[in-house]
Unconditional design. Structure first.
Length: 402
């Protein structure tokens, strides 16, 4: 059976009139337009009475697009406002051109019912991956998964010009009710896993849903931009590598995400790889280790914690080094790095590393980064190709001893 290609509607919207809903009442706006900017901001612009009394921050903006879209902009704040005054203008009728940036823009055309069978598309940016399956009816390659909860999902490698830095989109067909119940959480977990895979901040900024009657829903979300140039440890440009990563780790990520605060850990790992300054990057790695030790003690070992003190069952407190040793043992890390404890203290207490030459400190940062990667890979039960710094080649991770 041939696959239908995606027909994404335009993701810019316009209308003669709209309304900003402020705590002090509605503010009318004219010549409204909404769009996703080239840097990934969701923008609404138009004209407004220059004498509007409210500071417009975190407000809702609503209008009906000329093409029949009902638009709701969530948490929009004006960041630019310009008034042009000409000789003879009545001050009571002055208008200002404004631009506002928001968190999310939702467009609906028609009405999708909870029981409707729908096509769901979620777009992906900033991760370089290879497709591994040819789909009949499409010119692009796709990635498919074997994990039970993902077996109906497909990731199609494609650049969508209207979506900055897009590299592909997920596609799945299901009942619309399951989008809110199931798929939003699945995409949220995949986003975190893809950030780890890319060693960088990426985005899933656009969602598009339609049914067979032509009813549509679209959501635009402003990009998070705190990215850098961190290099991936996975062979994502090799066909099959991304599905291998997802299939071997997705279940563990979902089950341990809250238990170990994987959101915070993966963000710290990304920051460590992307910070330019060695001392700051190293300290970020130390923050990772401290956070992992805390949640490991609290939620895995179930130790009694009061404030920042972690108590033994037989009395007394654990030293940080003892917790790290237990952590390494639990997650099968052999010859784990302990030097980071001393260097962390030097950075915090002395403002930098003085006990070893800079070149040796760079080597120690790489060592800590490697240990952190092995911890995350073991936590997630990864099975696939991994860039081994020692041999400087791609190897099967399971064949390594951390």
């Amino acid at each position: 059976m041939a696959h239908e290609p995606l027909h994404l509607p335009k993701i810019s919207f316009a209308s003669d009139k709209g309304v900003i809903k402020t705590p002090g009442g509605n503010v009318t706006i004219n010549n409204v337009s909404a769009y996703l900017s080239r840097v990934g901001d969701v923008i609404i612009e138009g004209t407004i009475d220059a004498r509007h009394p409210e500071n417009i921050n975190n407000c809702e903006i609503v209008f009906q697009d000329d093409s029949g879209w009902n638009i709701i902009g969530e948490n929009f704040s004006i960041f630019n406002e310009e008034v042009t005054i000409k000789a003879g203008d009545d001050p009571r009728s002055l208008h200002a051109n404004f631009k506002a940036i928001g968190i999310k823009l939702i467009g609906k055309r028609g009405k999708i019912s909870s029981t409707d069978r729908v096509n769901i598309y979620r777009f992906v940016t900033d991760i370089n991956f290879a497709g591994d399956a040819r789909i009949v009816g499409l010119s692009e390659f796709a990635v498919k998964f074997t994990t039970d909860s993902l077996k109906d999902l497909m990731l199609i490698k494609s650049n969508i010009p209207e979506i900055p830095r897009s590299v592909g989109y997920f596609e799945v067909a299901d009942i619309y009710e399951k989008y809110n119940v199931t798929w939003i959480d699945i995409f949220d977990n995949l986003l975190l896993l893809f950030k780890f895979a890319a060693s960088n901040v990426i985005n899933f900024p656009v969602t598009y849903i339609n049914n067979s009657q032509g009813d549509e829903l679209i959501e635009l979300t402003s990009y998070i931009k705190e990215g850098g140039s961190g290099g991936s440890i996975f062979y994502l440009s090799y066909p099959g590598a991304l599905s291998e990563l997802v299939d071997s780790t997705f279940t563990s990520l979902v089950s341990l995400r809250d238990v170990l605060n994987l959101d915070g850990l993966i963000l710290n790992y990304i920051m460590m790889k992307n910070i330019r300054y060695v001392d700051a990057g190293y300290l970020q790695g130390c923050v990772f280790m401290g956070g992992l030790a805390y949640y490991f003690a609290k939620n895995i070992m179930k130790y009694n914690i009061e404030g920042y003190k972690i108590f033994r069952s037989e009395g007394g407190c654990y030293a940080f080094k003892e917790l790290i040793e237990e952590l390494y043992n639990h997650f099968d890390i052999i010859n784990g790095d302990m030097d980071f404890i001393r260097y962390r203290d030097e950075i915090l207490n002395q403002g930098g590393i003085t006990s070893i030459p800079f070149e040796d400190f760079v080597i120690n940062k790489r060592k800590l980064e490697t240990i952190i990667e092995h911890l995350l890979l073991n936590i997630l039960s990864f099975d696939g190709l991994y860039w081994d710094r020692t041999s400087k080649q791609w190897v099967g991770y399971k064949s390594l001893i951390a």
